[in-house]
Structure formats: structure tokens, C-alpha cells
Design a protein around this ligand. Structure first.
Ligand code: FAD
Length: 306
């Protein structure tokens, strides 16, 4: 089968790998001059499988009004006259109850563990140099309430097969001595030994190298901008680019562009999470990373390369 992948971020490159592995003829279209030069270029590097708490939960509702007023909010909302947006909001609010949140957590965890298995399988299949480490993740809490809430979530997730430990301040510092200076501020931490970390940009460049070197190589077409999707009877069968139009038996969209995606417009996503990683260079794997979660926690990936 001929497959076109739109976008060469980590989603596009990983999708290309699965199609390529299954023997398909794969072409990746990317507007930049290489892989992973946008969001996947300098992310936090965390391969985090056990932090799946759904945004739609009872605790999020009181946070929404202040979030809407903050410029650096994890929630961005642009009201539209599109009934699908308002239906989405009503469905989101209806999902903000404990029962649905537990069910979603359970489903997300299953998906995350499946994803972890696939990632481990992929890493074992090739010799990829992307600063990959399997050294766990430590999420530090400086507020008692957030620690207690994380501990409750941990107990629930444990019943679903998640291996995590709640540590007091001393045990946290013992595990990560670099935290000694902030020992007094630590209320506790959740340690997840099974979490990994890796450099997303390097992962993409290495994986694309593998796919270009092997038999039936993947064709990466850089400098190609996708302008329009070509739907036929509701199926995406090709694209129009700044260079030509391409058709395929299957087109895999790994880009998020409102303009070109309109024929297949998915539901509005009214929320995003912001995070920042204190790194030594623009694109280095973190030594420590800070993520602005709704419940104010600091995840630290231990002992990475810098
Ligand atoms: C600050 C920050 C920290 C993060 N930390 C983590 C983390 O620690 N762990 C984690 O798992 N995730 C993290 N994420 C999220 C993660 O980086 C993203 O989910 C992921 O990189 C998205 O990959 P993608 O392939 O979907 O998108 P992208 O990497 O943005 O790739 C999309 C590609 O499509 C191309 N494209 C777009 N439009 C067109 C077009 N019209 N024609 C041709 N090409 C086009 C773009 O050029 C781009 O290369 C973080 C995100 C941010 C912003």
C-alpha cells in the first residue's frame, strides 16, 4: 500500500516506522528542511506512562474561571459559533465527575502501558542513539494538599497495575541528593521507577536514518508544504502541496493545521498543558524539568546526560 505521512514530528516519524516495518511504500511530507524541527525539537524528553490523570475531573471545574483570565494559562479558549465546540464543552463538563475520571484514568493507563511496550519493542529493534535512559521519575510536591491528592491517585493507579511509591522529604532527598537545598520545602514526592527519558529530536533523526537506510526506504520529502487535503466520500485519499498533488491508498495526518484540516475537522481541543525545561542548550535532554500541572508538581527525571 502507498502511504503518505503528513508532518515529520515524532508522531509522523513513528507512524512512518510502523507502516515501513509492515512493508508499505511510505512517503513523508514535511515543510521544514528536516525531521522534528517544531514541537518535537526541544520538548521535556520525558517518556511518561504513569501520569495519565484526565483533565476532565471534578477538581478542574473551580480552576477553569481563573485559568481563563491568565495569559500563561494551561487552558486557552476561543469561543466560536460552531455548535460542535459548544457540544464538546458540555460533554467535557459532563465528564467532570469522579466515576468518569476513574474510568478515563483506567483507559488511559491501559493505552499508556501499551504504548510503553511498543516503545520498548522499538528501542530493542534498533540501535538508536537518543540519550535514552530508564531511570524513573520523581514528582515533588511542595504543598501538602497536592501531595495528599497525588497519593490518593497513586493508590487508585496502583490497583490498576501502576508501580509508584510515595516518599517523604527525607526519602526524596536520599533518592535525589541534588534536592538537599530545597529539603524544607518538600512535602513529599511520588516516585515512578518505570518511567523513561530520551531526546525527542535525536529519536526522530535516528529513526528516520534507520528508515532511509534499509530496504524499501521511506521517502522523506522536505520543503513540501501541504496546502489541502483531498477527501473522497469522507475518506482522505491524497493531498495538494506547494509542489504537486499526491494520492495514496492511505494518508496519515500528523499535523495540526486548522486551515488544511477543515474537511476533517476534529473537535475543538480547548486545553493544552504548558511546560518548560531548564536545559543547558535549546535542545538538550533535561536534567530537571518543571511542568505546570494543574496540581502544581515538579517532575524530575534523574541522572540524564547533562
Ligand atoms: C515545552 C514542551 C515540553 C514537552 N515535553 C514533553 C515531554 O516531556 N514528554 C512528552 O511526551 N511530550 C512532551 N511535549 C509534547 C510533545 O513534544 C508533543 O506532543 C509532540 O512533539 C508532538 O509531536 P507531533 O509530531 O504531533 O507534532 P510536531 O513535532 O509539531 O510535528 C508536526 C510536523 O508537521 C509539520 N507540518 C505542519 N503543518 C504542515 C504542512 N501544512 N505541511 C507540511 N508539514 C507540516 C511541522 O513542520 C512539524 O514538523 C512537550 C511539548 C512542549 C511544547
Amino acid at each position: 500500500m502507498k502511504v503518505i505521512i503528513l508532518g515529520a514530528g515524532v508522531a509522523g516519524v513513528a507512524s512512518a516506522w510502523y507502516f515501513w516495518r509492515d512493508g508499505h511504500e511510505v512517503t513523508v511530507l514535511e515543510r521544514n528542511s528536516g525531521v522534528a524541527l517544531e514541537t518535537s525539537f526541544a520538548n521535556g524528553g520525558q517518556l511518561s506512562y504513569s501520569y495519565v490523570a484526565p483533565l476532565a475531573s471534578p477538581s478542574v471545574i473551580p480552576k477553569i474561571p481563573p485559568w481563563l483570565l491568565r495569559r500563561d494559562s494551561p487552558l486557552r479558549f476561543r469561543p466560536e459559533l460552531d455548535p460542535r465546540q459548544w457540544r464538546w464543552i458540555l460533554e467535557f463538563l459532563a465528564a467532570c465527575n469522579a466515576r468518569t475520571a476513574d474510568l478515563t484514568t483506567e483507559r488511559l493507563l491501559r493505552l499508556a502501558f501499551y504504548s510503553r511496550d511498543l516503545m520498548h519493542e522499538l528501542v530493542a529493534a534498533h540501535d538508536l542513539d537518543f540519550d535514552y535512559v530508564q531511570n524513573g521519575k520523581l514528582v515533588i510536591h511542595t504543598e501538602r494538599a497536592s501531595f495528599e491528592s497525588a497519593r490518593r491517585l497513586m493508590e487508585f493507579q496502583r490497583s490498576l497495575g501502576c508501580e509508584q511509591q510515595a516518599l517523604d522529604a527525607d526519602a526524596t532527598v536520599e533518592l535525589e541528593p541534588a534536592l538537599q537545598a530545597m529539603r524544607k520545602r518538600i512535602c513529599g514526592a511520588i516516585y515512578t521507577p518505570s518511567e523513561d527519558a530520551g531526546d525527542c529530536y535525536k529519536f526522530c533523526t535516528e529513526l528516520s536514518r534507520v528508515m532511509m537506510a534499509g530496504p524499501n526506504p521511506v521517502r522523506f520529502r522536505f520543503g513540501v508544504r501541504v496546502d489541502r487535503l483531498l477527501p473522497v466520500h469522507g475518506r482522505l485519499l491524497g493531498v495538494e502541496t506547494n509542489r504537486c498533488s499526491r494520492r495514496s491508498a492511505s494518508t496519515c495526518r500528523c499535523i495540526r493545521s486548522r486551515a488544511i484540516a477543515s474537511p476533517f475537522r476534529s473537535r475543538a481541543t480547548p486545553a493544552r498543558r504548558a511546560s518548560a525545561s531548564p536545559t543547558t542548550s535549546a535542545r538538550s535532554c533535561m536534567r530537571g524539568s518543571a511542568t505546570s500541572f494543574a496540581w502544581q508538581a515538579w517532575p524530575i527525571s534523574r541522572g540524564s546526560r547533562r
